[in-house]
Design a protein around this ligand. Structure first.
Ligand code: ATP
Length: 363
């Protein structure tokens, strides 16, 4: 079992010519934790990961591993001296090597591991142990071409953890797998992470992947960190328009605040939403971010509920466990996700409101 390394980036900047790919990134990845870097294409995720790996130097700022300076514009410790493992999108396996040979090669060439595993015999034993960790013990004689996508991914993972790295850096490692396998491999990676103890930094633009795996999310856009923290906090309490839209898929409702109570400007009837939990940014800007699953719909024809935001169902997507609705309001489109059983049809007029109703009581 490895002891994870603490990573600290201090005001990291990276320029490519005049283009500023990273703008003053200061973040910490605690030892042994799983951090996911999430953001749209081109926001700088890979650039940040590469700097952590020592593949290039920052233009400004510093990176520390367990308090030791590893990167600055003047100095960059090479990747092989950082005690890291890397897994990339393409897996980058060697076609002429068997599964076992991949792991043996990594054991032999990783600084310190040769001595630690006690020569050739010890290496064989350690390789067998690692193959068991990733569930490939029965495939050790196979070549990459004889493996499925998921099995190849496991080889890449086995090779990366063979060095017993303090840091495991992963760049979209599941993006070439199909949807079912991705979900299965998420569990595998988490299990290996738990069993192995390395600090993981995981780049993805897949929100579900990031939310379901990470202890900490770093949400980036255009080279800057927009918000960082535990996934649940980021999902339920986005602190900017970008994060509300990108992570929570939130409806940004305009209206007026009075204390902790919010009145949507399009609402009819006595509608007030409790906003005690809503971040200051939204109050200052006369908005309330409502996630699609927080909205309730009632038919506008229902005389008992003539209240809410009037809207018309524009499209209905049935997804089994829930149904996704797109609704036309006076000033734009609303998005609502309702549990199975909700039945509204295209063209139907409805009232939208915040759910659960208990929110009203406080206002
Ligand atoms: P994706 O999800 O598409 O992989 P990303 O968030 O990982 O995107 P990066 O690969 O970090 O994005 O790139 C950030 C920006 O820096 C992009 O605009 C990219 O074109 C630019 N960039 C990256 N590497 C270089 C380079 N070597 N030279 C010039 N520009 C670069």
């Amino acid at each position: 079992m490895s002891t994870g390394t603490k990573i600290l980036t201090e005001r990291i900047g990276k320029r490519f010519g005049k283009f500023e790919a990273l703008k003053s990134i200061s973040e910490e990845c605690r030892a042994g934790t799983f951090t996911a870097i999430l953001g749209p294409s081109g926001c700088g995720k890979t650039t940040l990961l590469r700097l952590m790996a020592g593949l290039g130097s920052p233009s400004s700022g510093r990176i520390f591993f367990d308090g030791e300076l590893v990167s600055s514009p003047q100095k960059s410790l090479p990747p092989e001296k950082r005690n890291i493992g890397m897994v990339f999108q393409s897996f980058a396996l060697w076609p002429h090597m068997t599964v076992l040979e991949h792991v043996l090669f990594a054991l032999k060439h990783h600084t310190g591991r040769e001595k630690e595993t006690g020569g050739k015999k010890g290496r064989g034993k350690e390789a067998a142990r690692i193959l068991e960790v990733v569930g490939l013990q029965d495939f050790h004689k196979r070549y990459p071409a004889e493996l499925s996508g998921g099995q190849r991914q496991r080889v890449a993972l086995a090779r990366a953890i063979a060095g017993n790295p303090g840091v495991l850096l992963m760049d979209e490692p599941l993006s070439s797998l199909d949807a079912d396998l991705r979900v299965e491999m998420r569990h595998e990676i988490l299990r290996v992470h738990r069993d192995h103890g390395s600090t993981v930094v995981y780049v993805t633009h897949d929100q579900d992947e990031a939310m379901s795996m990470a202890d900490k999310l770093i949400v980036m856009n255009e080279g800057s960190v927009q918000q960082a923290g535990p996934p649940e906090e980021i999902y339920t309490r986005p602190s900017s328009i970008f994060v509300a839209r990108f992570v929570s898929k939130a409806n940004l409702v305009r209206g007026e605040w009075s204390g902790d109570c919010f009145r949507p400007e399009e609402a009819q009837g006595s509608v007030k939403w409790d906003g005690a939990e809503v971040a200051p940014f939204w109050r200052e800007n006369g908005m309330y971010p409502v996630r699609p699953e927080q909205l309730s719909l009632v038919p506008a024809a229902n005389p008992e509920s003539p209240r809410g935001i009037p809207a018309t169902v524009e499209s209905v997507q049935y997804l089994g466990r829930e149904t996704h609705y797109s609704l036309a309001g006076r000033n734009g489109t609303w998005r609502a996700y309702l549990p199975a059983g909700a039945k509204f049809s295209r063209g139907e007029r409805v009232w939208l409101d915040l759910m659960p109703k208990v929110h009203d009581r406080l206002c």
